[in-house]
Ligand binder design. Structure first.
Ligand SMILES: [Zn+2]
Length: 134
């Protein structure tokens, strides 16, 4: 059953089995999870951190920004959670999904390259240090 609203539930840990229509929010682990609002029982985990999702609270109601695009699920649902309401968005087209994936991959790659640079400089420093013995 498609749900049209979600009830926020603040928890320490996200439970293993999720109930439809409940948005579980763990501030402790900076994450939220819910069953896909289309009713397919797909578990949707939305990390609440920079670059991922932002949880907005307004008088006991919650919103998640940006929208939730479940393109890893068969249903490919796309919706917004705004003040506890589910607002259905247009489905992503195949090319939009690809564009999103490419974007995500680029962000990840950039982080990876940066990490490698740091590692290399550390390694370079170790090499220089060893060379200085001779
Ligand atoms: Zn679904």
């Amino acid at each position: 059953m498609k749900v049209s609203s979600v009830a926020p539930q603040f928890v320490d840990r996200i439970p293993k089995t999720l109930e439809d229509g409940v948005l579980y929010i763990s501030e402790k682990y900076s994450t939220a999870a819910h069953n896909c609002c289309c009713g397919c029982k797909g578990k949707v985990v939305t990390p609440l951190k920079e670059g991922r999702w932002l949880l907005k609270r307004n008088k006991g109601r919650v919103s998640l920004v940006p929208s939730i695009g479940n393109w890893s699920l068969a249903c490919q649902s796309h919706y917004w959670i705004e003040n506890n309401s589910v607002r259905w968005a247009t489905r992503f087209t195949h090319s939009q999904i690809e564009a999103n994936r490419t974007h995500d991959r680029k962000v990840l790659e950039a982080a990876h390259v940066e990490r490698r640079m740091k590692e290399r400089t550390l390694w370079q420093r170790i090499v220089d240090w060893i060379k200085s013995w001779f």
